[in-house]
Each structure stands twice: as C-alpha cells, then as structure tokens.
Design a protein around this ligand. Structure first.
Ligand code: HEM
Length: 293
C-alpha cells in the first residue's frame, strides 16, 4: 500500500531535495551512488533499520553512506519537518543514484515508516554472502518474496561500486584443489591477483565492473559472459550449468533497455518487502537511532 504520491501534500519536493544532495555528493565522491543503493539493499533484505545493519558481520566495514543519509535527512527536514521517513529517504536516494549514473529512473513508491527495533542477529543471517552458492542466495531472495528474475536484475547493480579483496579473494588462490576458480578469465585473474596478493590487505578495493566502473549500464552482464564477474555470486548466475539464471543473464546482456525495465521493476519489488506503514513504526528524527533512545 505504498504510493508514489504519498508526500504530495506534506512534502511535495522530497524527490528533488534528495536528488540534489545525492548529485552534490557525487561530484566529489563518484562511488557514493553505489554505496547508497548497497545500503538500501542490505536494509531491505534484513527488513530492518539503519542502526542494526551497520555492524552486522557481512557488512562490517562495507556500509558507506550513513553520513550522506544524515545530510539528506537534514535537507528534507528543513523543508518538511517530521514527515518523511529515513526508509523512504533511502529508497529515493537509491533511485537518484541509479538515474544520475546513467541508469533508469522510476517513480518510487513511498509511505514506509522506520522500525522501532534494531536486530543484528537477523541482519547476519538474512543477508547473502558472495561465496555461499547460488541455491542459497536464491532461497534468501525467495524468503523475502523476490524471484529469480529479481535476483538476476538486481545483481546488475554490481555495474558500479567497489568491493574489498576479502569478498572475492577465495577465488584467486585456493578455490578448488589448490587452484583459482576455473570460471575466472585468465587475464582478469592475473589482474585481480596483482590487486589482491595472497595475505595482503583484505580491505583493498577494486571495481565491481572492470569495464565501466562508475556507469550504470548492462556491461555487468557482458562481463559475466566473458568470465569477468568479480564475486563468486556474480559469476555463478551465468556459469552454473542448467540454472534458470543463465537465460535471464543472456537476455539482459543483449538488451540494455530490457535490463533497465527489469531493474526498475525489481527495485520497486525490493522496496516493497514488508514495509511498516500506517501507524506502525515511527518517523525517525535521527536516521541512526530509534526516537528517544
Ligand atoms: C545477490 C546477492 C548479493 C551479494 C552476495 C552481494 C554482495 C556484495 C559484496 C560482497 C559487495 C562488496 C562489499 C564490500 O566489499 O564491502 C557488494 C557491493 C555492492 N553491492 Fe551487492 N550483493 C548482492 C546483491 C546486491 C543488490 C541486490 C544490490 C542493489 C540492488 C547490490 C548493490 C551493490 C553495490 C552498488 C555495491 C558497491 C557498494 C560500494 O561501492 O560502496 N548488491 N555486494
């Protein structure tokens, strides 16, 4: 029961306020759009609020963007005090991040409220890890009502942003019987081994999309065709023989506008995962904590 016109009378300019702040930050930080949508994903999948995910295992060190959410919140509060939730701000920031990076735009359904709790245990188990295998990741998406098309389309968000060596270095040296992941293209493997030496700094960053690092396009899917998916969870979408994901990758790699349409729809689906609405939850004053805590 979210609605794209939810703030039409209470905060009619909310979308452009959010977009302006995201644009400003992008001018000096080309990665911030990716970081904001990544944050939106983590929060959507753990159906929980900002505070809790921040320190959960799979996200430790990986959640950038909290400060920017605070800045957006301040800008929104200056125009319309106390009416727009942090959850809606993040959903709008995700859309701005994509459209300002060359991707699709869409009308964001709004009217979410912020949770009254923070649940670290749930964040730890509901979030997929890049090495846990396609079947498990499909099950985690399915558990929140997202199907295989959503999984493949949304994984296309790895068309921009960065990942730390520790999130894929298992593929580089000792993946199967002492060898690197056999699905990795050999020159890409060599480049990644240079970036991420064995026993090196696991927090070092590299581009998720080696062909167009900061642009939102469908090169992510052509990378998979060329065995240049960075995370194991990326490459498995294409390299798992017989998986239904293969034909979806094929169709999205051959048609960017089909990817954009699918992505926008799947973002709406992701944003619809059990939102708090009506009188449930609250409108947080500070996005990092429950009111009064
Ligand atoms: C399918 C399961 C997914 C897995 C296993 C996964 C895993 C990861 C990992 C390990 C990283 C690197 C984090 C780090 O190094 O700190 C990452 C980054 C990222 N993820 Fe995903 N992800 C998934 C789905 C998604 C979805 C659905 C979206 C958004 C719709 C998304 C958007 C991003 C973006 C944009 C980044 C880069 C963030 C930045 O540069 O700050 N991911 N993901």
């Amino acid at each position: 029961q979210l609605s794209t016109t939810f703030y039409a009378s209470t905060c009619p300019n909310v979308s452009s306020i959010v977009r302006t702040v995201v644009q400003q930050v992008m001018n000096s930080d080309s990665r911030i759009g990716a970081s904001l949508i990544h944050l939106h994903f983590m929060i959507a999948l753990s159906s929980d609020s900002i505070q809790s995910e921040k320190d959960a295992g799979p996200n430790a060190n990986s959640a950038r963007g909290y400060d920017v959410v605070d800045n957006i919140k301040t800008a929104v509060e200056n125009s319309c005090s106390g009416v727009v939730s942090c959850a809606d701000i993040l959903a709008l920031a995700a859309e701005s991040s994509v459209s300002l990076s060359g991707g699709p735009s869409w009308d964001v359904p709004l009217g979410r409220r912020d949770s009254l709790t923070a649940n670290r245990a749930k964040a730890n188990t509901a979030l997929p890890s890049p090495s846990e295998g396609l079947a498990n990741i499909m099950a985690k998406f399915s558990a929140v009502g997202l199907d295989t098309t959503d999984l493949v389309a949304l994984s296309g968000a790895h068309t921009f942003g960065r990942a730390q060596c520790r999130t894929f270095s298992n593929r580089l040296y000792n993946f199967s019987g002492g060898n690197p992941d056999p699905t990795l293209d050999s020159s890409y493997l060599a480049a990644l081994q240079q970036t991420c030496p064995q026993n090196g700094d696991g927090t070092k960053l590299t581009n998720l999309d080696p062909s167009s690092a900061d642009t939102f396009d469908n090169k992510y899917f052509t990378n998979l065709h060329n065995n240049r998916g960075l995370l194991q969870s990326d490459q498995e979408l294409f390299s798992t023989t017989g998986s239904v994901t293969v034909s979806i990758v094929n169709s999205l790699s051959s048609d960017q506008s089909a990817f954009f349409d699918s992505f926008a729809q799947s973002m709406i689906n992701m944003g619809n995962i059990s939102p708090l609405t009506g009188s449930k939850g609250e409108i947080r004053a500070d996005c990092k904590k429950v009111n009064g805590s």
